[in-house]
Design a protein around this ligand. Sequence first.
Ligand code: ZN
Length: 321
Amino acid sequence: MKLFDLHCDTAGECLNRKQPLYDGDLHINLCKGELLDKWCQLFAIWIPDELIGGAAEEYFEKVFLNFKNEISKNKSKIKLCNGFEDLQSAVKENKCAAILTVECASPFADSDGIYRAKEHGVKVVTLTWNGENELGFGCQSGSDSGLKPLGKQLLKDMERLNIVADVSHLNRAGFYDAVSSGARVVATHSNSESVLLKTRTDSEDKFFSCRRNLDDEQIKLLVESESLIGINFCRSFLGDFGDDGFEAVYRHMAHVLDLGGENVLSIGSDFDGCEINPELSGIDKIPVLQEFLHKKGFGEELIEKIFYKNAYNFFKKVLQS
Ligand SMILES: [Zn+2]
């Protein structure tokens, strides 16, 4: 059983809920992860929208320090990967191969901020969260504007430094700016807007949930760009309450596949970052989900691509260069 998961908020939750990474009461812990033969995990440090400038950087440092301490307490179980060799050896030694990301780039939103991100080993930067920040406008900001000059400059620097731009959470105009920038782009944790429009009947936060997902044109563009789309387990981005478990994940996956996404479809669980249907609520549920998809007709090769290989191939290129 293999998993390469593009997004979780476990690092922040370890600090904020005072939970240990080893066996904390979280969607992800290292004990639960033991049932996976190969496990690569992007760990995001999420920066709340209200933190800007120095306060954002201070918060990042706090979460990062706590996360590093958790990793050093569990050296036999997890390794923070800086290059592809780290990832290869972690996988070989049956450890969780951890990759650091930042969700909302406010801590690094100045002319040399991206170098500090690089020094910390950040490999993926989600440009905004839901609101506005120094770089651009999130999907809930109410703005239709594209990226700000600092956001465009950051993308150029990221391209040069080989840091991946994550377009999940951006508004539509920002998405198109990022995809046309030349930087490597992924949508680490976003589903299909058209599937959600068809299946969500309740009106509560429907508009926002749809905006957090990708429309068909965006999905096709990410397919063409040889990007990645991580399917998010957040209940409100999957379907109506109660219709937001395995069947809903299958629906979103099948739609991305219909749009040609066999080589970009991945997992972006959002574990420890949102409310999740009990069917999916933890890394220990991954084998059951795989079995479900198999019964729905997904072959073994396809399941391996979605849960591991697509993301592995992508990050092999990122970490090698
Ligand atoms: Zn998120």
